[in-house]
Design a binder for this molecule. Structure first.
Ligand code: RB5
Length: 145
C-alpha cells in the first residue's frame, strides 16, 4: 500500500501544493490533502495543525506544509509533541534536516522558491535517511525534560 503523506498549505502555498501533490503521486505516494483548496486568504495554523496532528498521533510518519515564508507553518507544527518541522529552501537544507534532525515535516517557503526547486527539495527530503549516532542523542534531547 502507498504511504499516506498529509500535505497542507495556506493561500500563499496553494499553487506549489498542487504541484507537489502531483509529484507525490508520480513518486508512488498517497497525498492526503488537508487544504486549502484555492488562493482565497486563509489562516495557516488551521492547516498546520491538521498535518502535525496526523504525524503526532502516528496516522502518518511524515507530512508536508507550505506557506509564504514557511515560518508560520513551522511555528505551529513544532508545538505538537514528536513533530520536527523543518523549513527548507534548498535541497541541501532538506537533506540535512533529515540526516541530522530526523525532520518528519517538510515546510516550504512558497513565496521564496521556484516551483521546480520545490520539487527538488521534496524529492531529496523524501529519500534521505536519518544518520542516527550523535544526531540521535541530540534529537532525543529536544523532547527530554
Ligand atoms: C500569508 O500572507 C503569510 O503570512 C503566510 O503565508 C506565511 O508566510 C506566514 O508565516
Amino acid at each position: 500500500m502507498s504511504e499516506k503523506v498529509p500535505i497542507g498549505a495556506d493561500h500563499a502555498g496553494f499553487d506549489l501544493k498542487e504541484r507537489l501533490k502531483a509529484e507525490l503521486i508520480e513518486l508512488g505516494y498517497d497525498p492526503v490533502d488537508v487544504g486549502t483548496y484555492s488562493t482565497d486568504s486563509v489562516d495557516y495554523p488551521d492547516y498546520a495543525k491538521q498535518v502535525a496532528e496526523q504525524v503526532a498521533n502516528g496516522t502518518a510518519t511524515r507530512g508536508v506544509l507550505l506557506c509564504g515564508t514557511g515560518l508560520g507553518m513551522s511555528y505551529t507544527a513544532n508545538r505538537f509533541p514528536g513533530v520536527r518541522a523543518a523549513v527548507a529552501w534548498t535541497p541541501e537544507i532538506a537533506e540535512l534536516s533529515r540526516r541530522h534532525n530526523d525532520a518528519n515535516v517538510l515546510v516550504l517557503p512558497a513565496r521564496f522558491i521556484e516551483e521546480d526547486a520545490g520539487v527538488e527539495i521534496l524529492r531529496r527530503w523524501l529519500t534521505v535517511p536519518f544518520d542516527g549516532g550523535r544526531h540521535g542523542r541530540r534529537v532525543a534531547k529536544i523532547e527530554a525534560d
